[in-house]
Design a binder for this molecule. Structure first.
Ligand code: PGA
Length: 607
């Protein structure tokens, strides 16, 4: 309220149109106080450090400019920064703001050097609490009266003593300017009020025009009560006789109305209207307009209308703020020390493991390209990668008839060569088949086995694939083994089960040494050639499951070392996101491997 009055004074000095309506001032004062408080807390706790420092600097710049104006133009005597709690001269205010500005500039230089008291994770909780606390306190204060009273009219002060000894009163910040005069005659009534040994009720209405008259019935019945008991009751206002007449009209006031100085009345009770109770020259209690006492409810004994609270209000305010905040800080620190921190460490560990694993982008040409086209494509790719070295292993798997020719045009240090299939028999009368040994003899080092198209169209069972894997490994080929569920299986939520069975059926008879020569490729069948990719999260979930399954069978080390590729509509546009996942080590690329630009785009996703 003090700030709102001060803003009113500023607005008056600037002759702003809304200078005389208190509500915008109350709202502006609340907003200012709230923002200042939250920013201050964020600075102390190191919450959102860059943003906080930026906003603090902005606020200090604006307020420093304002204080320069106050210093030069002197529109008010006191800036009002601290309400009534601390009064500063305009020069002191300016000096204070210059110091704050320098401090804010220092912080701007290195905001991240500020210590974080709450982790990033819980920062929102601390700042949200600060917002709630300040806004709630502001609303409470505006609805009732301020919890802390910094005015000279504090409950308990001996106003009569202050009147008797003004010098001492000045020194002790007691009310020295309390002065009441009769509206009609101008007679000084101050002493009469202070000398009264019984209860005196003073209704404080700084301005009748802006006063809330919603509580007039309560006031009138209180006046009747005072009449009955012979307690003095009067109203103090700074409004002129027209304003007083208007108030009588609006509220039916029958009590005497006296004059007092505007600022003093505002200081008496931070509410319009407010009520102050005096007894024997002492200020006994005060009420805001939303909490006026009602004899029917509170009884006839005035002494029972108020209960002086035990604990100091300042202490209560501080505790209400600090205890929940401390709880946040403690919980945060405990969690950071345990779960969050461990999770963080675990992520670091995963990234390290991933960095150690071989990353591969493998092309699967399928049944595309005649010999000349295939050789030309391989050459083009070779040139592109010679000019711009890849950051990962690159493999192209071609139809059998291309192998020997392609081997002749690629640099085997940069591009690995592989077949798309091999026979499940060693050699002999198997017309049309190509054995693992033959594949190896072309210069190829890899072979794709278990591709979903072979499983679906050529009925390759887990048993057949097991034979093929064994023969490929026996002939020193690295196996790119494909696994993946069809759409119905995913829709039925059986993908993990299916993939696990595929692994078990064809690979689980291998030794750990043999398994070290297997690269896995997870290819959800519904994503192959359909343009429909699994999301990076779906891919990661399955890859992590596959790794866990491998860990169970072949041990942790084998699981951490096995390269798991993702396949199915992988393109330059989605490769980066997929490859960023901790368990995705590259891709098996169909359609996009037939164009150098696309294939290279995917390879470059590792850069
Ligand atoms: P796609 O095929 O990239 O064209 O979807 C992938 C694959 O079958 O390996």
């Amino acid at each position: 309220m003090g700030m709102a009055y001060k803003l009113e004074a500023y607005a008056e000095a600037l002759a702003l149109p809304f200078a005389h309506s208190l509500l915008p001032m109350e709202m502006a004062a609340t907003a200012l106080g709230t923002v200042e408080f939250v920013l201050g807390l964020c600075l102390l706790l190191g919450v959102n450090r860059r943003l906080t420092v930026g906003l603090s600097l902005l606020a200090t710049c604006v307020l420093t400019a304002l204080t320069v104006w106050i210093y030069v133009a002197e529109p008010v005597q006191d800036c009002g920064c601290f309400g009534e709690a601390i009064t500063l001269t305009n020069g002191q205010t300016l000096a204070k703001n210059v110091v704050l500005l320098v401090a804010a500039l220092c912080l701007l230089y290195r905001p991240l050097a500020m210590r974080r008291v709450v982790s990033e994770r819980f920062a929102w909780l601390a700042s949200t609490y600060a917002w709630c606390y300040t806004i709630a306190l502001a609303i409470y204060t505006l609805h009732y009266i301020p919890v802390l009273d910094f005015t000279p009219y504090r409950i308990g002060v001996n106003m009569r003593a202050a009147f008797d000894n003004p010098e001492q009163a000045e020194a002790e910040r007691l009310p020295v300017n309390f002065y009441v005069a009769d509206t009609q005659t101008g007679d000084d009534l101050t002493w009469e009020i202070l000398a009264d040994t019984s209860y005196t009720f003073l209704l404080t209405v700084p301005r009748t025009e802006t006063a809330d008259d919603g509580c007039c019935d309560r006031i009138n019945s209180l006046y009747d009560f005072c009449q009955d008991r012979r307690y003095a009751f009067c109203m103090l206002t700074a409004s002129d006789s027209a304003g007083c007449a208007d108030w009588k009209d609006r509220t039916g006031a029958a009590y005497p109305i006296y004059m007092a100085e505007d600022t003093e009345i505002r200081a008496m009770v931070r509410s319009n209207p407010g009520l102050m109770l005096l007894k024997d020259g002492r200020l006994v209690w005060k009420w805001g307009n939303n909490e006026l006492p009602d004899p029917y409810v509170h009884g006839n004994n005035v002494a029972q209308w108020f209960t002086p609270s035990g604990a100091a209000p300042l202490l209560r305010l501080v505790l209400w703020f600090l205890i929940p905040l401390l709880l946040v800080v403690i919980i945060d620190n405990v969690l950071v020390g345990t779960k969050y921190y461990r999770h963080h460490l675990f992520k670091l560990h995963l990234n390290k493991q991933k960095a150690m694993r071989k990353k591969i982008v493998a092309g699967n040409w399928k049944m595309n390209m005649n010999l000349q086209e295939g050789v030309a494509l391989a050459k083009e790719l070779n040139e592109a990668l010679a000019a711009d070295k890849p950051n990962c292993g690159v493999v192209i798997c071609t139809p059998f008839i291309h192998l020997a020719s392609v081997a002749g045009v690629i640099d085997s240090n940069v591009i690995g060569l592989g077949a798309e299939n091999c026979a499940d028999k060693v050699k002999g009368a198997y017309t049309g088949e190509v054995s693992a040994e033959m594949v190896k003899s072309t210069g190829a080092d890899y072979v794709i086995l278990g591709h979903s198209e072979r499983r679906a169209y050529y009925h390759e069972t887990a048993e057949i694939l097991k034979e093929k894997v064994n023969l490929a490994l026996a002939n020193s080929l690295e196996v790119i083994f494909c696994i993946g569920e069809v759409l119905e299986e995913r829709e039925a939520g059986k993908q993990n089960e299916v993939v696990k069975a595929q692994l078990e059926g064809s690979l689980f008879d291998l030794t750990a040494e043999q398994f070290a020569h297997v690269v896995l490729a997870y290819e959800p069948v519904w994503a192959i050639g359909t343009g429909k990719t699994a999301t990076s999260d779906q891919a990661e979930e399955m890859h992590a499951f596959i790794r866990a399954t491998i860990a169970e069978k072949f041990g942790k080390e084998a699981a951490e070392n096995v390269t798991i590729l993702y396949g199915g509509s992988c393109k330059p546009s989605n490769a980066k996101e997929l490859f960023a996942k901790p368990d995705v080590d590259g891709g098996l690329i169909g359609g996009a491997s037939l164009k150098v630009a696309d294939f290279k785009g995917i390879i470059d996703a590792w850069k």
